[in-house]
Structures are given as structure tokens and as C-alpha cells.
Write a protein that binds this ligand. Structure first.
Ligand code: KIV
Length: 289
């Protein structure tokens, strides 16, 4: 059997490992619903993360902390209906894995059993090893997440880059090595200086996926709403907007409003017809001919 990645074949965690070994970069994007999952999957992106960023870019919360398991599962189900090739990763929300290992395994299992995900992601370093190992023992692949971990913003003092001192960089490296040893198939590095992320990527056998972590991680992830310019509240420094859909949408909606007010929409092109004969019969029957 060939071990070459086939562009039509379902991506799995082994594909991640294979791509790292071959020096091929991995691509990951977020999606939270059926149409976006379809678009990301059809574009050939390797992996779709149903991130808890859902809370900010779709549900309108100020941060990711209020997102619940039920909300995550609801959106994961929609995504799994829209994607067939990409590796699907469900993001474990705040308090779904921090309280005890039993909760962590049960909640991780729900992502696979109830919502069609292939793997889960959770935030944190060494302190998460018992939960990660128990989830792995249940046969569920785990993606780690280090650096800026948004579920800890209150502890971190806000959405700030991490690993900017020698001590902090050392601690990140240590955490990354521990997650690898525990069995994570990959690690997201968020808002970490490029040099630190590059060094960690070279030291690990598993692939790193960077977001605000420079160009030398083994792959990249972005929040799709940021990349498309759909979310206008703020744009993090590390985001490149490949489109400004927020403005496009605004333009389209204003056009619609104007055409309705002016009576220009709908035209016959967007309307249904009744034949002359049926219309005459109708008028006869209502006594209006
Ligand atoms: O929730 C999310 O979308 C994430 C990515 C930014 C990595 O965790």
C-alpha cells in the first residue's frame, strides 16, 4: 500500500505525522456550520477545527469562556455534515476537562460519538497530562494547545503573546515535550515569538500548528471568519485578511434594501406565473371577471 498522501482521501492523524516527516506544511482552518465546512473541505484544507472561538465570532461573546458543551456539539454536528475529507477536530470548551479526568474522557467521547468529530483539542501544558492520557486511552486523538490559551485569559492578563522571556520560552518547550510524550498527535502554538515556535517545532517529532507563531511551524491555522474579514469587531495582529467579506455583505444588504424601497426587486425573473387560462377561471370563480 502506498503511503503517499492522496488528495481525495480522508485525512487522519497519521497524515499529520507523514507530512511532518516529509516537510510538507499542514493547513487548518476553523468552521462552525455546514456551508463553511463544505467550503473549507472543498478547498482541500487538511483539517477543520470547530474552535471555541465560535463563542466570539459567531455567538457574540467577549471571550470563549461562556461556550458550553451543548453549543460545541451542535456546531460540530453541522460541520461534520459538510465535510468529508478534512480531519475534524472538536475544541473542548472551558470547564469540560479541567474539573476531573472522568469529565474530560466523557466529554471528549461526546465529540466523537454524538457529533462526528475525529479528534479533540484542549488547552494547557503539563497540568493537563492526566486528562490527555485518559482521553488517549479511550482511543481519542488529542491536539494540544500552548502559548496564548484563551480559556486562561484572566490568568494571563488578556489576549497577550506568550513565551517572550527566556524562562517562559523554556517552560513552553518543556510543556510541548511533555504533551508529545503524553501522546498528542500535534500541538497548536498560539501567539508565540517566531524563534521560540521554530525551535520547539524542530525539537518535536509531532507537527506544530502555528497561529501568530511565525512561518516555521509545521502548519498554520487561522479563524476563518478573521481570514475572510467576516468578523469586524477586531483583527488580531497575526491575522492576514484574504478578503473583506464584512464590507461585501454590507454592500449587498444595502443594495437589497434600496431595490425593495424603489420597487426594483423582485422582477419577473424572480417571480412565479399562473397561466392566462387559470387566471381567467380564477376571476370567474371569484366573480371578478
Ligand atoms: O478556538 C479556536 O479557534 C482556536 C484556534 C484559534 C487555534 O483555538
Amino acid at each position: 500500500m502506498s503511503d503517499s498522501p492522496d488528495s481525495s482521501r480522508k485525512i487522519n492523524t497519521h497524515t499529520f505525522q507523514l507530512k511532518k516527516q516529509r516537510g510538507e506544511r499542514l493547513t487548518m482552518l476553523t468552521a462552525y456550520d455546514y456551508p463553511m465546512a463544505r467550503a473549507v473541505d472543498l478547498a482541500g484544507i487538511d483539517s477543520i477545527l470547530v474552535g471555541d472561538s465560535l463563542g466570539m465570532v459567531v455567538l457574540g461573546y467577549d471571550n470563549t469562556l461562556p461556550v458550553t458543551m451543548d453549543e460545541m456539539l451542535h456546531h460540530c454536528r453541522a460541520v461534520s455534515r459538510g465535510a468529508s475529507r478534512a480531519l475534524l477536530i472538536g475544541d473542548m470548551p472551558f470547564m469540560s476537562y479541567q474539573v476531573c479526568v472522568e469529565d474530560a474522557v466523557r466529554n471528549a467521547g461526546r465529540f466523537l460519538q454524538e457529533s462526528g468529530m475525529d479528534a479533540v483539542k484542549l488547552e494547557g501544558g503539563k497540568e493537563r497530562i492526566p486528562a490527555i492520557m485518559a482521553i488517549l486511552e479511550a482511543g481519542i486523538p488529542v491536539l494540544g494547545h500552548l502559548g496564548l490559551t484563551p480559556q486562561s485569559i484572566h490568568k494571563l492578563g488578556g489576549f497577550k503573546a506568550q513565551g517572550k522571556t527566556a524562562e517562559a520560552a523554556l517552560s513552553l518547550l518543556d510543556d510541548a515535550l511533555s504533551l508529545e510524550e503524553a501522546g498528542c498527535f500535534s500541538i497548536v502554538l498560539e501567539a508565540v515569538p517566531s524563534r521560540v515556535a521554530s525551535y520547539i517545532s524542530q525539537k518535536l517529532k509531532i507537527p506544530t500548528i502555528g497561529i501568530g507563531a511565525g512561518n516555521e511551524c509545521d502548519g498554520q491555522v487561522l479563524v476563518t471568519h478573521d481570514l475572510l474579514g467576516l468578523f469586524d469587531k477586531f483583527t488580531p495582529k497575526f491575522v492576514k485578511q484574504y478578503s473583506v467579506l464584512h464590507q461585501e455583505i454590507n454592500k449587498a444588504l444595502k443594495n437589497y434594501q434600496e431595490e425593495v424601497i424603489q420597487g426594483e426587486f423582485p422582477t419577473s425573473e424572480h417571480s412565479f406565473i399562473i397561466s392566462d387560462q387559470e387566471w381567467e377561471t380564477f376571476l370567474d370563480q371569484v366573480g371578478d371577471s
